[in-house]
Design a protein around this ligand. Structure first.
Ligand code: FAD
Length: 316
């Protein structure tokens, strides 16, 4: 229950239950709200799923689920995708024609083939709030995108240099698709869907996030704040490592803005993160003023948002 999760969650760990709950909610609830997806919104959705396939370090059954959905979306070439059709495509075990069940177990990693399952329950562990209306999904969404920026830097085709090429295409398909989706929200004709250049590989994850937030994030005011930050400086990100730091520093900007406000869970005050007890070496003082030791921050983020730091506690 809420209290025991709160007592047992460890702030230095990530929990698969939070990540899978976030994916379930974002894919099947938040992104499937409109009666149909088309244009830039459909492109943003395809891009989100394609990025998850590349970088989300999921359990085998969840990876199969994402790959199945991605392949299905790539085959969907009609301009409009009705919600009813999408919802059907996002059910579990679609590829195996088994009855969809929220309790289908994820098999052991030793099994050769894995059913395609993303659990349909929502369980918060590290993102559990002290009251129902605190934390949960927005906490999970930040966590997913931090994880993706770090995994892209660790495993992306260019490993942070900005040189295209590699395992699953050039990595350009997302911005290109977004471009084909056209401009929106008064964007310039010359600008790509989410304000990035097509060749901007270091921006792969950040532009996916920017598009996701713009088109789907349920908190409109949050989306506007995030877009304003992105419009100011996201296009200056020049490497995958800078992408990690951009998201970290802008998340801290949001934390500073929200500290002491009504959306703050009193049991989880908004901090400049990581606080000294999580990462003492991330902090320094310059002429009596607090400063970040950025190389130590990058090292910390790479370890914190790594598959080895994801715990299975409470995952179905
Ligand atoms: P969160 O801020 O959600 O952080 C989740 C976890 O990430 C933390 O528990 C911590 O482990 C880690 N973390 C914290 N800071 C960092 C960092 N700098 N870098 C890396 N990891 C970190 N709410 C509003 O009221 N107004 C807004 O304008 C607003 N804008 C938002 C924009 C976006 C894109 C998102 C995803 C959320 C936004 N929210 C906004 C929600 C808000 O930021 C929090 O997500 C929510 O209040 C829950 O806070 P939390 O305490 O769980 O921590």
């Amino acid at each position: 229950d809420r209290v025991s999760h709160l007592l047992r969650a460890d702030r230095s760990k990530l929990y698969m239950a939070d990540l899978e709950s976030t994916l379930h909610y974002s894919l099947r609830v938040e992104a499937a709200r409109a009666s149909s997806l088309s244009g830039a919104q459909l492109a943003a959705f395809k891009c989100y799923v394609a990025t998850l396939v590349k970088y989300f370090p999921g359990r085998p059954c969840v990876q199969t689920y994402l790959q199945t959905l991605d392949a299905w979306l790539r085959n969907w070439t009609e301009p409009e995708l009705p919600r009813t059709v999408l919802k059907e495509a996002m059910k579990n075990n679609r590829d195996l024609a088994l009855p969809a069940s929220p309790v289908t177990p994820c098999p052991s990693v030793h099994q050769a083939s894995h059913p395609s399952v993303l659990p349909t329950n929502v369980t918060w562990v590290g993102c559990q709030g002290s009251e129902r209306h605190f934390r949960g999904y927005p906490c999970g969404l930040w966590t997913i995108f931090h994880l993706l920026t770090v995994q892209a830097a660790q495993n992306g085709p260019d490993k942070g240099t900005g040189v295209p090429g590699g395992i699953r295409g050039s990595g350009r398909e997302c911005p290109a698709e977004l471009w084909l989706g056209g401009s929106f929200h008064g964007a310039q004709e010359t600008e790509l869907g989410c304000g990035v250049a097509a060749s901007a590989l270091p921006l792969e994850v950040l532009s996916t996030m920017r598009c996701y937030v713009r088109h789907f994030f349920g908190c409109q005011e949050c989306a506007e704040h995030f877009e304003a930050m992105a419009a100011k400086s996201m296009d200056r990100v020049a490497s995958r490592e800078e992408a990690i730091l951009w998201l970290w520093s802008h998340h801290n900007e949001v934390n500073a803005r929200l500290a002491g406000g009504d959306t703050e869970d009193p049991k989880f005050p908004k901090l400049q993160w990581p606080p000294p007890d999580l990462c003492p070496q991330c902090h320094k003082e310059e002429r009596g003023v607090h400063a970040w030791e950025e190389p130590a921050v990058v090292t910390f983020l790479k370890a914190h948002f790594s598959p080895a730091n994801i715990y299975m506690d409470y995952a179905e």
